[in-house]
Design a protein around this ligand. Sequence first.
Ligand code: 8P2
Length: 453
Amino acid sequence: MSQPRTDLAPGRFPADFTWGTATAAYQIEGAVREDGRGVSIWDRFSHTPGKTHNGDTGDVACDHYHRWQGDIELMRRLHVNAYRFSIAWPRILPEGWGRVNPPGLDFYDRLVDGLLAAGITPWVTLYHWDLPQALEDRGGWPNPDTSKAFAEYADVVTRRLGDRVKHWITLNEPWVVAFLGYFTGEHAPGRKEPESYLPVVHNLLLAHGLAVPVIRENSRDSQVGITLNLTHAYPAGDSAEDEAAAKRLDGFMNRWFLDPLFTGGYPRDMIDVFGSWVPSFDESDLGVIGAPLDFLGVNYYSPSFVQHSEGNPPLHVEQVRVDGEYTDMGWLVYPQGLYDLLTRLHRDYSPAAIVITENGAAYPDEPPVEGRVHDPKRVEYYASHLDAAQRAIRDGVPLRGYFAWSLMDNFEWAFGYSKRFGLYYVDYETLERTIKDSGLWYSRVVAEGQLVP
Ligand SMILES: N#[N+]C[C@@H]1[C@@H](O)[C@H](O)[C@@H](O)[C@@H]2O[C@H]12
């Protein structure tokens, strides 16, 4: 059990803390038809009229595929000791399974070697939403064969990179993949099938569980985890109804994932809430899904304040907009939510380690003037959330690392290029990167290992 770190002065982080930035393949790479890459569901979705802001696509994005060496220099300027990126499944297996595309593996081989040469530890996310379209054409995540295809993909990648990559994240945000991709249709593949939501969640978790032993076999002595988008659910009022609503939202967003991963099964109360939506599955799946992990990756942006609703079945919950600061995504700035989430995870699930795999904020940054991009609100966001993280460490949470989202402005999914999260500003005409004040500030925090003014 992790012990309180009262030895740490306020604002100071452990000397061995992992400091990084994070990105994802489809959001930064571009080069979508280069070197044998296959089509992904986000290629198909973003090229479908009306699906993304302004019809934006990831065809070029930040052109990281050709600029990766310069981007490593951007990381060096931040003094980070780690970099979290995802591998594009369609670059490795263009049809999703079977035929391997060597130039795809070669690209990530070069990137990993370049990071290691720069003293930056690669943290690899195997799945950050860019499913090969060929697998979607065979049913996508509702088809349990896709879980097996993911394990095959994990095998190919970890056989090639597992000698040098020792930190693996199987999936990024399965809740988003399932709910936005197959329930609301806001994300690729854009399917609006509420009955598919829970089967997709199950198949994603099964894919994760099937991949864990494969990764461990091919990448000996590596750290393996999963990244979940987690929130902290607060009742908007002090009624028993609102308390119960907060518990249901917590069950929907958090416990439906955390329980099978860490406690051996889906939460009983939510099985009753979801009723007939709960898919039938082999009980043996739960043993696969519950494969022991070395860390839990947490993407935290904002909490949820909720109240009971007579509508919105079966959850009967509605979000409440409370007073406060909001980011350009319309997300409440509430660092206490990060502290409360971290301490809850430690108390209720006791993961061996927790890593904040994403935290950051979108604001409407102005283009550089005399080489500067002033983004004081983003600096404040990072400062307040890192303070919350440090308080959690002092109180005994085994928080081992923090990845700022994101290294640079990039393709923000259905929002296209309209939302800027980067520590570097990207001019999408020239693709020039310019460090923002938040990047300069973060580089000082990382260099000193403590919060700075
Ligand atoms: N929106 N937003 C910002 C960020 C998104 O850019 C990442 O790809 C996701 O993992 C997660 O949703 C968080």
